[in-house]
Structure formats: C-alpha cells, structure tokens
Write a protein that binds this ligand. Sequence first.
Ligand code: G3P
Length: 227
Amino acid sequence: MKFFADTADIAEIRDLAATGLLDGVTTNPSLVAKSGRSSFVELIADICEVVDGPVSAEVAAIDFETMLKEGRHLAQIAPNVAVKVPLTPAGLKVCRTLANEGTMVNVTLCFSAAQAILAAKAGAAFVSPFVGRLDDIGQNGLNLIAEIVEIYNQYPAFTTEVLVASVRNPIHVVESARMGAHVATMPPAVIRSLANHPLTDKGLSQFVADWQKTGQDILSQELPKRG
Ligand code: G3P
C-alpha cells in the first residue's frame, strides 16, 4: 500500500519524506488555505521538489472550461502533478480530457461505488473515497472501500487506483490495506501514529535498561577478523 501525506504543510512533508516511507502528497483547497501560502502554484512546485511521487493539486473552479484550463495550468508545474477534480459530471469530463492528454487525474469527493465506477471509466489515475466523512454521518466509510475494490477487481481494464481519503485513524489504514486499496492518504499525525504501540515502548525501555547492565558499547568493539 502506498502512503500519501494529506497536507499542504511543506515542513511536515519534508520531515515525512526524510523517513523514506512517503509515496506522494494530496492537497485540497482547505489544506492550502490552512498553509497560509499566497501562491498555490509555488506551493505545489515546492512540494514536487521534495516528493517524487504523485502530488495532487485541486482545481478551484467547478465549471468545465475553467476547470480544464486550471488543470492544464497545474499539470505544467511538474510531471508528478496529479490534477484533482471533483466527482461531478463536469469534473469527469475534465478527467477524461486530461487523461487523454497524459495527465494524472485524482477524482475527489467520492462517496458512492457508482461514482467510483464513473471515475474509472473517465480514466482517473486515482479515485478518492472519503471514509471519515461517511463515518461522520453515521455510515460505514470502510464498506465503500470494500465495494470499490471488489468492483475494480472485476475489470482488469480499470487502471484507477483506490486512494483512501479522509483517513482519521490506523484502523482506516489497516482495514483498507486488508481490502487491497492501493493508497491511503493521511494527515501527518495519523502517519506517525501507525508506529505507536505501548508494548513496543515498554519492551524498548526494558532492552535499554538491560543493555546498560552489560556495560558494553557496540561501536567501540572491533569487528572480529575471521575466515
Ligand atoms: O483530501 C481529502 C481528504 O482527505 C479530506 O479529509 O479529514 O477533511 O475529511 P477530511
């Protein structure tokens, strides 16, 4: 499963990229507003310098003509830009047009399996079903991931990757991975939380304490010359 960071905070992106575990980045207008950056295009260019994998940059317009112009503009920032469009009839039309031009498209705001089928038919590189927002209204977001993965698996001609979005916790990540979803995009805090386990902390404290009892230092010990 690929891990994308769902943030427009360049410092966070740099920090996560340095772990070697980051495969891409997703942004949206809300995250861009939160970043406080005054040039969206510059922000995306900065992110693309740090991350080799897909970087989603969302169009702002909602009509076909302007979305297409914005998408073409954003696609020129770097080869790894994935233009993000909303799952609307106009957005799907933009998706098909950009996909035909060789641009990666991420179709976002997907809340049903029917919508996900349309995204695949429109040639999307990624479809973004929002699990957390479905959970928020009392539905089961992970059921949607199961449905989409099941459907896409029936049609090898569908090349669209399921990008699980609106991820709020490690369960969303683990369950999506069990279903075979291709990507999870997560806020940095969720990515970091994946490493946490109280027994890891407890076990490590014990090992550190026991090692101290040996009085040894690994780096000061010469390597044996054998054979
Ligand atoms: O980028 C889309 C998405 O991941 C939004 O997440 O937490 O605002 O529902 P959230």
